[in-house]
Design a protein around this ligand. Structure first.
Ligand code: NI
Length: 190
């Protein structure tokens, strides 16, 4: 088990689309080691999601685990540790909503991003099974944020109003208590 270094915005490899993971390699020792390291790294950095490109591995693998389900904006669905291999997102409704997002690769900052709020996620499990799930609300945002990493996209690319990109201290001072109907969110890093 090794905690890997999370590479940060500015590292060119964060901007490179990742390659599909070969399903025939799922049972390999290298795969197990990578997933274990991703989980250790996620815990060490205190995040709720991590994409392989964030540890400079250009493969379409994401881990998500949401334990602390209570935020100042309400309850987030508890999401046990899961590995998502070669995931594909399909929006199921046009409706979007905005959340404050953070990212382990953009430490110390928060940004307000609007995304579709009802999606389907098709992916491969570590056992090689095809799985399909639906996600709503903040969890849908988490999936989209993570899977964007597989395409070399960061949340900052999706901010429409750049006045809503802030440092964490200024977020706490000026934005955290805003109760506008369209400002939801959770200050979790993914
Ligand atoms: Ni991120």
């Amino acid at each position: 088990m090794t905690v890997r270094e999370v590479i940060r915005m500015g590292h060119p490899n964060l901007r490179v689309p990742a390659a599909p993971y070969p399903p025939e390699n799922l049972g390999s020792a290298a795969f197990s080691e990578l997933v274990t390291d991703m989980r250790e790294t996620l815990h060490a950095y205190g995040g709720i999601g991590l994409a392989a490109p964030q540890i400079d591995v250009g493969l379409r693998i994401v881990v998500i685990e949401i334990e602390n389900t209570s935020t100042r904006y309400g309850e987030i669905q508890h999401t046990p540790f899961e590995v998502y291999i070669n995931p594909v997102i399909t929006p199921l409704e046009d409706e979007t909503a905005g959340y404050w997002e953070g990212c382990l690769s953009v430490p110390g900052m928060m940004g307000f991003v609007e995304r579709p709020q009802h999606i389907r996620v098709d992916y491969l499990t570590p056992d090689g099974l095809d799985k399909s799930i639906e996600a709503h609300g903040f969890l849908a945002t988490v999936f989209q944020h993570e899977f964007d990493h597989l395409d070399g996209t960061l949340y900052i690319d999706r901010i429409k109003d750049m006045s809503l990109l802030t440092f964490e201290e200024e977020f706490a001072q000026f934005h955290a208590d805003i109760d506008a109907g369209d400002e939801n969110g959770a200050d979790e890093s993914v």
